[in-house]
Design a protein around this ligand. Structure first.
Ligand SMILES: NC(=O)c1ccc[n+]([C@@H]2O[C@H](COP(=O)([O-])OP(=O)(O)OC[C@H]3O[C@@H](n4cnc5c(N)ncnc54)[C@H](OP(=O)(O)O)[C@@H]3O)[C@@H](O)[C@H]2O)c1
Length: 419
């Protein structure tokens, strides 16, 4: 078993008396499932608890709470469903399973009169699920902004502070253990997408189809984008965004974003995570902390175990990630309005900019500012900022731009968030 399991085990055993005092009764670990008994293990737990057989756990009538820390889709999903069918309460930190299968899992839990807890699945130890579910229950949630992936936030911070390339920053993150050897899930934006999907389901009382979200990663960010963003008074962040446009439509997406340096989100650096929520009664709140790591995640997992124990003891009725009542639709990214940053590579010839300006004008894209640099070379970069426009108009303009002979390449397009 690995470190997260051991951290949960350690907290539950070392704080046994404290937990008993706080809950009014103790929590006993009955079994720990692992894949292999022979694996050379760095960490020690009571060997008599270890089993290789899942049936030992789900068929034990004394076990009331099963903690799933296997990770991944399978067999975790099947184990969770089997456990629920056997009337076990579930605690999990598995964002993938909760984000993709919330509807199935929570409907099954309701049918079986058990509960599913998942605080560790978003933001590790940051108490964001409980905040949305309980503390903000009297609010209509208008917007959620999150920096929900520590790896990408670390890479972008390195690129800003040390002027290194994406590749160099990624290698450094891997060396420090912040990025996995296959970093796809983090840098592609999908880790953050699963997390904003979970938060949105809760905030907007609907089941979100995470596969339909618009998701972009940070792979295309180059040093030039970082330098210009800083010059213009922004920082580039991988933002997870969820907005209630009206009672029928939600806008949920993940992409690199120009964030004004006046906004506190621009100051959240390194592996830290943050969630900023706007509720109609409370206004803006922000929750900030380490969004990864075994000990912070174990803190959330143990809190969920204690919550589950309280619910069992006091026979508190079922509650859902979402009761799915609202059923709002997702707005298509083409209909979302944003300002945009655009980086072009063009031939430095008279009249080129006039052609570019005409294409934008024809597509109702209004330019807010233009920066042109390195005029001593025949090929120059041009950086543009637009006023807020519908994404479809920008895409049409870009298609026409690409047909202009002297426009060599559209290097990057990044949305600018107006908070
Ligand atoms: N680690 C973190 O900082 C963190 C933070 C937030 C959320 N999470 C979530 O927590 C979950 C676990 O992550 P992790 O990093 O702790 O994973 P991990 O290091 O790979 O540990 C997984 C554990 O599950 C056991 N396991 C895996 N497949 C199994 C199977 N088929 N049957 C029985 N046991 C199996 C492994 O047994 P062996 O020991 O025999 O291999 C190991 O003990 C994931 O959903 C992850 O997204 C982790």
């Amino acid at each position: 078993m690995e470190l997260l399991v051991v951290c949960v085990y350690n907290i539950l055993t070392e704080k046994r008396d404290e937990i008993k005092r706080k809950l009014g009764e103790g929590i006993e670990i009955k079994k720990i499932l692992v894949k292999s008994k022979d694996k050379g293990r760095k960490y020690k737990v009571d060997d008599s608890l270890i089993t290789l057989n899942y049936e030992d756990i789900i068929n034990d009538p004394e076990i009331q709470i099963i903690v799933e820390l296997i990770g991944g889709e399978y067999p975790a999903l099947n184990y969770i469903k089997e456990a629920i069918n056997n009337k076990k309460n579930i605690v999990t930190a598995n964002k993938l399973v909760i984000a993709k299968y919330a509807e199935e899992i929570f409907k099954l839990a309701k049918k079986n009169k058990v509960k599913v807890y998942y605080e560790g699945s978003v933001g590790a130890g940051i108490p964001i699920i409980k905040t949305l579910k309980e503390s903000m229950i009297a609010n209509k949630i208008k917007k959620i902004y999150g920096i929900l992936n520590g790896t990408t936030n670390y890479i972008l911070t390195e690129m800003i502070e040390k002027h290194v390339t994406f590749k160099e920053a990624l290698e450094e993150a891997q060396k420090l253990g912040y990025a996995e050897s296959n970093p796809y899930f983090d840098i592609s934006g999908w880790d953050a997408a699963y997390k904003i999907g979970i938060l949105s389901s809760l905030a907007y009382e609907t089941f979100i189809d995470v596969n339909s979200l618009h998701v972009e990663g940070i792979e295309k960010i180059e040093k030039e984008d970082i330098e210009i963003s800083e010059e213009l008074g922004y920082s580039i962040k991988l933002l997870a965004i969820a907005k209630n446009i009206n009672d029928k439509t939600l806008d949920i997406r993940v992409h690199p974003t120009f964030v004004s340096q006046k906004n506190p989100l621009s100051k959240i650096n390194d592996v830290y995570n943050v969630v900023q929520i706007h509720g109609d009664a409370v206004g803006d709140i922000m929750i900030y902390g380490k969004g990864a790591g075994e000990m912070p995640t174990a803190s959330a997992v143990v809190a969920d175990i204690m919550e589950a124990s309280k619910s069992i003891k006091y026979k508190i009725e079922n509650e859902q990630i979402s009761n799915g009542v609202n059923g709002q639709k997702l707005i298509s990214i083409e209909d979302v309005e944003n300002a945009f940053y655009i980086r072009l590579k063009v031939n430095d010839k008279p009249g080129v900019f006039a052609k570019i300006a005409k294409v934008f004008g024809d597509n109702e894209v209004s330019i807010a500012s233009v920066i042109q640099k390195n005029r001593l070379t025949p090929v120059v970069p041009i950086f543009l900022l637009t006023h807020p426009i519908r994404e479809k108009n920008l895409k049409d303009a870009i298609k026409s731009l690409e047909k202009i002979e002297d426009v060599i390449e559209v290097k990057n397009i990044i949305r600018v968030e107006d908070f």
